[in-house]
Design a protein around this ligand. Structure first.
Ligand SMILES: Nc1ncnc2c1ncn2[C@@H]1O[C@H](COP(=O)(O)OP(=O)(O)OP(=O)(O)O)[C@@H](O)[C@H]1O
Length: 555
């Protein structure tokens, strides 16, 4: 990906920001321009007053002049301080737009995205990207625009009032300084990028080890984790160090450069004063403007180096933002299943490594459970991913009540399908929240789903019923109860198709048989497709689809 396209998500965020905050931004720019103009006008007024001091007869005029100067100074200072808060306010809104837009994007990513990127890495990229964006906007508003305006006005004032030669020296000095800063920043930037990459690597590593900490501990992997983390952290530190040393060496050159600039320009001014071409006021004005000018030079230089730093911070966010999303069918149609009959017609799918399934055909209907069986790697989970539209068939079709699911809008499809996974995920919230998972609460449906999942008596026996917190001490759920909560969660949406991913394999045979018998009673209203390794749970009313010969393996 080229640098331009890498950062294209950033321009998307900035467009949204401009649409949301353009009036505030215009006010800010107006304040910037006025404040920059006053910062050049105040020394000019002062120099005029100084020159008139020895020859003014009516001192009251001068007194008014000095009062006006004081007011101008107050206005300039107030505007400069105000600007910092206004820029902070608008930068925070940019942070809000970036964070919400990024989260929205993440929700639309493909299943592969969540396999490749772990939560810590995603969070780290989001936080760094957000702060880099707000820093960039603040740099632009508080540093770059005021500095550029002030520089321009100062050059014009110096050229018009003093000497075009002096203005030219200042311009050349500024141009050399800014170019040197830019090129030195580019050289230092290599170290900065290495440091950022290594930092992102470590974030990914921490995310991986945190989610498997128990296993890693059992295998005594502590020192391996520590060494690997330290090695990458050292790479971060060393590259930052190299970056800072480059910057320090460059800054060391700046001090003599400022001295040289002043020496040369004063040497030019003294003969001008001797022949009466410039006044004392002009000298005062020149000195003030020149001193004042070094700050904008430094600010522009700082803005260039900070912008490079922020850009490096934006790359991980931009890459995650641009990662592929779930495809949305263009020919989406409203879909409501009737019989919930699911048909696979010669379906094939190959992963990047060539593995997958080939030529799968079966029909799953109501009346009994349709079991997917087959040896490990034969493609049972792949069939589920295909039904859930996490992946799309390379060949064949998947129909529901005669409609190809490829043409069904994802939201409609998810309303019709529910899944009970192998590992039940419970949030540390109430039982109701765990069943609803954010869907609107309807008491009748909540009770009905819990009753169908055979968990209602247990919930009703609790003092706080559905509002009992799952993480609370005292409420311990057995494996079977957790599975039942997961089934109630799946049934709450009144799905047409229920997928059970070895939902009861971790349970003892009696509990598994009990849950499966119960689900069989539901199968008259819901199409149930279940993965199992235990053939003992299959009854005469069920259908068995053996995938043993459907596996696609690389030879
Ligand atoms: N994300 C993936 N990327 C590449 N290959 C994959 C991926 N997921 C599964 N496979 C391969 O596809 C084939 C089918 O895998 P799948 O997980 O569907 O089998 P399964 O029958 O569910 O296995 P098990 O019973 O062990 O859970 C296997 O050869 C597997 O290695």
């Amino acid at each position: 990906m080229s640098n331009g396209s890498t950062l294209s998500p950033v321009s998307e965020i900035l467009h949204a920001y401009w649409r949301s905050d353009r009036w505030l931004l215009l006010v800010v720019v107006a304040v910037v321009l006025i404040s920059s103009a006053t910062s050049v006008a105040t020394p000019y007024v002062f120099s005029c007053l100084i020159d008139r001091l020895p020859r003014e007869e009516d001192m009251s005029v001068l007194a008014w002049g000095f009062a006006g100067y004081a007011v101008l100074l107050g206005v300039a200072s107030a505007l400069q301080r105000m600007l910092q808060y206004l820029s902070f306010m608008t930068a925070e809104n940019l942070g809000f737009i970036a964070a919400t837009g990024f989260f929205d994007r993440i929700l639309r990513k493909t299943a592969a995205f969540f396999l490749e990127h772990n939560p810590v890495e995603i969070q780290n990229a989001a936080a760094r990207g957000r702060s880099a964006l707000t820093a960039l906007v603040q740099l632009g508003i508080v540093v770059f625009i005021p500095a550029a305006t002030q520089l321009l006005l100062t050059f014009v004032t110096l050229g018009a009032l003093l000497n075009i030669q002096i203005a030219a020296i200042v311009v050349v000095y500024g141009a050399v300084l800014i170019t040197l800063t830019w090129s030195s920043t580019r050289r230092a930037y290599v170290f900065l990028e290495r440091a950022r990459e290594a930092g992102q690597d470590n974030a990914r590593f921490v995310g991986n080890v945190m989610s498997s900490m128990d296993t890693l501990r059992y295998f005594g992997s502590h020192s391996w984790m520590s060494q690997r983390f330290t090695m990458t952290a050292r790479e971060v530190r060393d590259n930052w160090r190299a970056y800072v040393l480059q910057r320090v060496a460059f800054i060391a050159v700046l001090g003599p450069a400022v001295a040289l600039q002043f020496a040369v320009t004063f040497l030019l001014l003294i003969p001008e004063y001797q022949v009466g071409a410039v006044t004392i006021g002009d000298m005062v004005l020149f000195n003030t403007l020149l001193l004042q000018l070094n700050m904008p030079f430094e600010m522009v230089a700082r803005a260039i180096s900070d912008a490079a730093r922020s850009r490096a911070d934006l790359i991980p966010l931009a890459r995650l933002w641009a990662a592929p999303e779930e495809r949305r069918p263009s020919h989406a149609q409203d879909f409501t299943p009737s019989d919930g009959q699911l048909s696979f017609e010669g379906v094939g799918y190959a992963y990047d490594n060539g593995r997958g399934v080939t030529n799968v055909s079966f029909v799953a209907g109501r009346g009994g459970i349709t079991f997917l069986v087959g040896e490990s790697g034969s493609g049972k989970s792949t069939i589920f991913r295909l039904v859930l539209k996490s992946i799309e068939p390379d060949r064949g079709r998947i129909l529901v009540d005669g409609t190809d699911i490829a043409g069904i809008e994802r939201a409609d499809w998810y309303a019709a399908v529910a899944v009970v996974p192998q590992d039940v995920m419970l949030l540390n919230e109430s039982l109701a929240d765990n069943i609803l998972l954010g869907r609107p609460r309807n008491e009748v449906r909540l009770r009905a789903a819990s009753e169908k999942a055979a968990i209602l008596p247990l919930i009703e026996a609790l003092p706080e019923g559905f509002d009992t917190a799952v993480g609370e001490r005292g409420l311990k759920l057995s494996g079977g109860e957790r599975q039942r909560i997961a089934i109630a969660r799946a049934l709450y949406g009144e799905p047409a198709i229920l997928l059970l991913d070895e939902a009861s394999s971790a349970l003892d045979e009696e509990t598994e048989q009990d849950i499966m018998n119960h689900i069989r009673t539901l199968a008259k209203d819901v199409t149930v497709l279940a993965i199992t390794h235990r053939k003992g749970v299959v009854s005469t009313s069920d259908v068995v689809v053996d995938l043993t010969d459907c596996g696609l393996s690389v030879t």
